[in-house]
Design a protein around this ligand. Structure first.
Ligand code: NAD
Length: 451
């Protein structure tokens, strides 16, 4: 493999050749990426099965399907996105025209986490290609099979001067971060996000930080409890809770708490069977470190469903906790596993006031029928994005920006927002030479009257 500094220089020279600026080139590369995914689909399934015990169905819906959708959407709209944007010009600039031209940054770096190792490496890459950049992808070392297949298929499909995968851990990330990169797109934890931003600041490299946090679900007393239970259980236990926008905990109105809990317990059985640990398709915890971290939480509150573990296979049952307090360890940091604490409330206003003072989460979900209350929650709380009466679904709409706010991240992507993220908006004023309005010059009549 090329030394990292040589690799950056190779990509920079390729970027300066101007190849990536052309519309036809970008479309061709996006199509190549799509073919690559089709060709390697089975190998990707095998890798995800080994890394996370993901079933082919879950791998298709949450890993491979997403980049396909993003590529199709981008190919359909790229011409329009690339067009310079004409904007108004004030009367003081008479005779001139103004426009915004979107230009690529140059050499970009995508650092990805392990929880959706394929999707979260490729979705930003699609935006970077669309905007005309070169890309270096650094997948997570925790999902080594997926990282290896990603490196293999990218190497076979693209020249390293345009896209390449650099495998490795934090040391490799740091070597990459020592380089002068033109844009850094990081997905991962909030503490590492801070390190990335600090390193990027040395070269004033712009960043997108897609981070995590504790995403709450609020279930009000007038919610459709059956549907709320179904959608919360699905959103929480997909990928064994290892989803950045998974509901972290549930705040439920005391009047509907027991109904919601019994409905969720039923729903867990529908989705994972009576013995989830024996379900061959149930996703495992990524490694022992995270398994042990999650195991510690089992002493919190009162387990009312699940709680069994299989240390050899790194499996933890979908688990629901009652009688949890805000002070408990499970309520301090993002859980990122199949453990769901339930807390009750009696006054929505108090809950909103409490959440306002906490870190801004990546997602927030509200279940309830009353539009006034939906509006009240969404007007008063700040969070990356979310849903009314659903979980996770907002992230699969390419018309919605996906990203955090405050400690859950900086910037956003998906659909056109990915293209915009990887583009600099260059302002251009095109002046006429047919005449020259004198008032800006010292000594003109108007400038005398202004003074
Ligand atoms: P992580 O921050 O530990 O690692 C992410 C990437 O950074 C990996 O490639 C890793 O090798 C690299 N890295 C780790 N330490 C580093 C360091 N000190 N310096 C430079 N690079 C370093 O995150 P993770 O455990 O892989 O992923 C889980 C976290 O990611 C959760 O907090 C989750 O919420 C978040 N996440 C966010 C999104 C989103 O879209 N906002 C999506 C998925 C995951």
């Amino acid at each position: 493999m090329l030394e990292i500094d040589n690799l950056v220089e190779l990509q920079r020279s390729y970027f300066y050749s101007g190849q990536t600026l052309k519309y036809d080139f970008r479309i061709k590369q996006l199509k190549e990426l799509k073919h690559m995914l089709q060709k390697y689909e089975k190998s990707v399934y095998r890798a995800l099965k080994k890394d996370l015990n993901k079933s082919s169905y879950e791998a298709l819906t949450t890993e491979i399907g997403f980049p396909h959708m993003e590529i199709d959407f981008t190919i359909k709209h790229l011409k329009e996105w690339m067009k310079p944007e004409k904007v108004d010009t004030p009367i003081t600039h008479k005779g001139s025209k103004s426009l915004i031209q979107k230009e690529p940054y140059g050499v970009t770096l995508v650092i990805a986490p392990w929880n959706y190792p394929l999707q979260l490496s490729l979705a930003p890459t699609i935006g970077a290609i669309a905007a005309g950049n070169t890309v270096i992808v650094k997948p997570s070392e925790y999902t080594s099979e997926t990282s290896a297949i990603l490196a293999k298929m990218i190497k076979e499909t693209f020249s390293p001067s345009f896209i390449t995968v650099v495998e490795g851990d934090a040391d490799v990330s740091n070597k990459l971060l020592e380089q002068k990169i033109d844009y850094i797109f990081f997905t991962g934890s909030t503490p590492v996000g801070k390190i990335i931003m600090e390193k990027a600041s040395k070269n004033l490299t712009p960043v997108t930080l897609e981070l995590g946090g504790k995403s709450p679900v609020i279930v009000d007393k007038d919610a459709n409890i059956h549907l709320a239970a179904k959608r919360i259980v699905w959103g929480k236990f997909t990928n064994a809770g290892q989803t950045c926008v998974a509901p972290d905990y549930v705040l439920v109105h005391e009047k509907v708490k027991s109904k919601l809990i019994s409905s969720m317990i039923k729903q867990i059985k529908v989705l994972y069977g009576n013995k989830p640990l024996e379900n061959n398709d149930y996703v495992k915890i990524v490694n022992e470190k995270h398994f042990n971290r999650l195991k510690e939480f089992l002493s919190n509150g009162k387990i009312i469903s699940g709680g069994r573990i299989n240390p050899e296979k790194l499996l933890i049952e979908p688990t629901i906790f009652d009688e949890v307090n805000w002070e408990d360890s499970i309520m301090q940091d993002e859980i990122f596993g199949p453990l769901l604490p339930i807390l009750k409330f009696s006054d929505l206003h108090h809950i909103v006031e409490k959440l306002k003072r906490m870190e801004k989460p990546l997602a927030l979900y509200f279940f309830g029928e009353k539009e006034k209350k939906q509006q009240y929650v969404f007007d008063n709380l700040s969070f990356g994005g979310g849903c009314i009466n659903d979980t996770l679904y907002h992230l699969a709409n390419p018309h919605l920006p996906f990203g955090g706010v405050g400690s859950s991240g900086i910037g956003a992507y998906h659909g056109k927002f990915s293209f915009d993220t990887f583009s600099h908006r260059k302002s251009i004023l095109k002046q006429t030479t047919k005449f020259d309005i004198p008032f800006r010059y010292p000594g003109s009549k108007l400038s005398h009257s202004i003074v």
